[in-house]
Ligand binder design. Structure first.
Ligand SMILES: Nc1ncnc2c1ncn2[C@@H]1O[C@H](COP(=O)(O)OP(=O)(O)O)[C@@H](O)[C@H]1O
Ligand SMILES: [Mg+2]
Length: 304
C-alpha cells in the first residue's frame, strides 16, 4: 500500500532522511520510533507528499511526488504540531466533513468519545484551543475520515489518560485491512496497537522488526541468588559467571532470555546446595529502545 524507495531529504547540512526504503502492506500497523530528531516526522511528511524528497514514494500505487492529490485521498493525517488555523472550530469541522464526504455529526461523535464537545467550542478559533483540545479535534477529523491509511505523529502527546485510551480504542476498531502508522518516541504506549516497529536513527532505518521479535530480543532478566553459609565458597564461581555482589551473600546478574534457562539450570544442578534463594526478575522489555523513557515495572517471580 505504501512503498518508500531510497528516499533522501536534506535541510541545509542536516541529512534528515538518508536512503530510507520500506514497504507497508495492507492491514499493517506500524510504529516509527526513534529519538527526537531521528527523522520520524520528516519520513511521515514525505509519505504524505508534504515535502519534496529525492527517491520515490508511492501510496496505493500513485507516485506521491507526481500526483499528491490522488495518493492523499487515501490518507488521513494527525500532525505532531497543529497548524495555526484562524477559522472557528465549527468551520474547520464543516470543511473537513465536506472534503472527506462524511457528516459533521460523525466528526462530533468521534470528538465526543475523546472527551471534546464540539458544540461547546464551535465558535472558538481553532488556534485558540488548548493543545489537548487541538489534538482531540485533529484526531476526530482523521478518525472520522475513515481512510484506508491513517498516519499519526505523536497523536497522544497532549492527551490525558482517558482520552489516550479512547483514542487507541478507536484505532483498534479500524477495519483489519486498513494501515495505521504511528510515530511515537514511546514504544510502550503503542505496543498494544502495532505489529511492526521501524526504528530510525540519524535519518536511517536501524531496525525493522515485528513487535514480537523485538520484545524477544530486548527481553532480559535479573537473576539473583543468596548463598547459604556453606555456599560462601561459591563466590568465585559466581563472579566468574559475571555475577556481581548485590548484598550480604547475595549476587545478581542480568541476562538475555536465551541465556536465562541455561544459567538457572546450571546453578540449581551444580550448586543447588549452596543456594539459600534464587529469583528471576523480568526486566523492562522496551527500555532499551532509544527515547523510550518509561520502563515497565519489573514483576517479581520466584523460581526456586
Ligand atoms: N523544516 C525543517 N527545516 C530544517 N530542519 C529540519 C526541518 N524539519 C526537520 N528538520 C531536521 O531534520 C531532523 C529530523 O527531524 P524530525 O523528522 O522532525 O525528527 P523526529 O520527528 O524524529 O523528532 C532534525 O535534525 C530536524 O532538526
Ligand atoms: Mg517528530
Amino acid at each position: 500500500m505504501i512503498t518508500v524507495a531510497q528516499v533522501e531529504k536534506r535541510f541545509g547540512r542536516v541529512v534528515a532522511l538518508d536512503g530510507v526504503s520500506l514497504s507497508i502492506d495492507k492491514g499493517e500497523r506500524v510504529a516509527f520510533v526513534g529519538t527526537n530528531g531521528s527523522g520520524k516526522t520528516t519520513l511521515l511528511r514525505a509519505i504524505l507528499g508534504l515535502l519534496r524528497v529525492d527517491g520515490k514514494i508511492t501510496v496505493c500505487g500513485s507516485d506521491v511526488g507526481r500526483e499528491p492529490e490522488i495518493a492523499l485521498r487515501s490518507v488521513a493525517y494527525i500532525p505532531q504540531i497543529a497548524p495555526p488555523i484562524e477559522a472557528p472550530v465549527g468551520e474547520v469541522v464543516r470543511a473537513s466533513a465536506a472534503l472527506r464526504g462524511v457528516e459533521p455529526s460523525a466528526i462530533e461523535a468521534r470528538a465526543r468519545r475523546l472527551g471534546l464537545d464540539l458544540g461547546a467550542c464551535a465558535r472558538t478559533r481553532f488556534r485558540d484551543l488548548s493543545g489537548g483540545m487541538k489534538q482531540k479535534l485533529l484526531g476526530a477529523l482523521a478518525l472520522a475520515a475513515e481512510t484506508p491509511i491513517l498516519v499519526c505523529d505523536e497523536p497522544t502527546a497532549n492527551l490525558d489518560g482517558d482520552a489516550r485510551a479512547a483514542f487507541f480504542e478507536q484505532l483498534a476498531e479500524r477495519p483489519a485491512s486498513s494501515v495505521v502508522i504511528l510515530c511515537s518516541h514511546r514504544l510502550e504506549e503503542v505496543r498494544q496497537i502495532v505489529g511492526r516497529v521501524v526504528e530510525l536513527a540519524d535519518g536511517r532505518i536501524v531496525r525493522d522488526a515485528s513487535l514480537s521479535e523485538l520484545l524477544r530480543e530486548l527481553r532480559s532478566f535479573r537473576v539473583e541468588v543468596a548463598l547459604t553459609e556453606a555456599g560462601a565458597a561459591l563466590e568465585p564461581t559466581l563472579l566468574a559467571l559475571g555475577f556481581s555482589r548485590s548484598g550480604l551473600a547475595r549476587f545478581a546478574l542480568q541476562v538475555a532470555q536465551a541465556e536465562k534457562i541455561e544459567l538457572v539450570t546450571r546453578l540449581l544442578r551444580d550448586h543447588g546446595d549452596g543456594l539459600a534463594d534464587l529469583s528471576v526478575v523480568p526486566m523492562d522489555d522496551l527500555s532499551s529502545v532509544p527515547g523510550n523513557v518509561s520502563p515497565l515495572r519489573p514483576k517479581l517471580e520466584v523460581v526456586a
